[in-house]
Design a protein around this ligand. Sequence first.
Ligand SMILES: C[S@@+](CC[C@H](N)C(=O)[O-])C[C@H]1O[C@@H](n2cnc3c(N)ncnc32)[C@H](O)[C@@H]1O
Length: 233
Amino acid sequence: MVPDSFLSAQQQIQIPKKSAKIPQGRNVYMGRQIAQTMHYTGAPWLIRENRENEERCSLMLANLNIKTGMTICDLGCGNGFYSLQLAKMVGPDGMILAVDVQPQMLHLLRARMEAEAIENVTPILGSFHNPHLPKNSVDYILMVDVYHELSHPEVMLKYMRDSLKEGGQIVLLEYREEDPKVPIKPLHKMSKKQILKEYTANGFKLTQEFDKLPWQHMMFFGKDPDWKEPVQQ
Ligand SMILES: C[S@@+](CC[C@H](N)C(=O)[O-])C[C@H]1O[C@@H](n2cnc3c(N)ncnc32)[C@H](O)[C@@H]1O
C-alpha cells in the first residue's frame, strides 16, 4: 500500500488546495443503482493481457478520431491503461489529464509513465463530486467503465460540461446491460436507454455512436445548446 503522504509530495499530481465539503452521494440515480468504486487492489485486471481480445481496445481507440495536439481527459483513469496510449496518440503537443479519486491508482499510473518515459500526462487527484478540471479546455472526456460508479453523477456532469471546449465531447464506454452474454456483474453494466435518459437530463445530446465493440456501448455526447439548467428550489 502506498501512503498518501508520499503521493502528496509528487509535484505532478495536482491536489486541490482547499478540500471543499463533499455533498452526500447517491445510491440510486434516475432509477439506476450506483456501483461501488473499483478498489485499487483490482488494478492488475485493468492491464490484463487478454483485455484487447475481450474489449477490442485498439478498435475503440481507432474510432475516437484523435488528432495530435488534443487535450483529452481520461476521467477515472485507474492505473492509466488508456492514458498512456492516448498520450502517444496526441503527441508531444497534446496533453492527457488523467483524473482519479484514488491516490494509489495515480501512483500506479506515475510508475507506468516513468517506465515508458511519457511526459504529456498530468495526473489529477479528483474528488467524488469534482474532477478538478480547467474550464473550457478539454477536447474529449473519455470515461471507460467509470460513469456507472459516480456517486455524484449530476454535479460531475456539470463540471464536465464546464471543462469542455466549444465542440468538445464526452466519450462514454459502459458494458452493455442489454446483452446477457457480456460477462460482467449487472451493477457494472448500463443500458443505452438509461444512459440517454441521464445524459439528456444533464444537458448533453448524443452526437455519434460506435456499436461494433464486443462488450461495450461507445457513445459520444456534446453539449446541447438548447438545454436550460433546472432552477434550484
Ligand atoms: C473500473 S475502473 C476503470 C479504469 C480505467 N478507465 C480503465 O478502463 O482502465 C474505474 C475507475 O474510476 C475511478 N473513479 C470512481 N469515481 C470517480 C470519480 N468521481 N472521479 C474520478 N475517478 C473516479 C475509480 O477510482 C477507478 O479507478
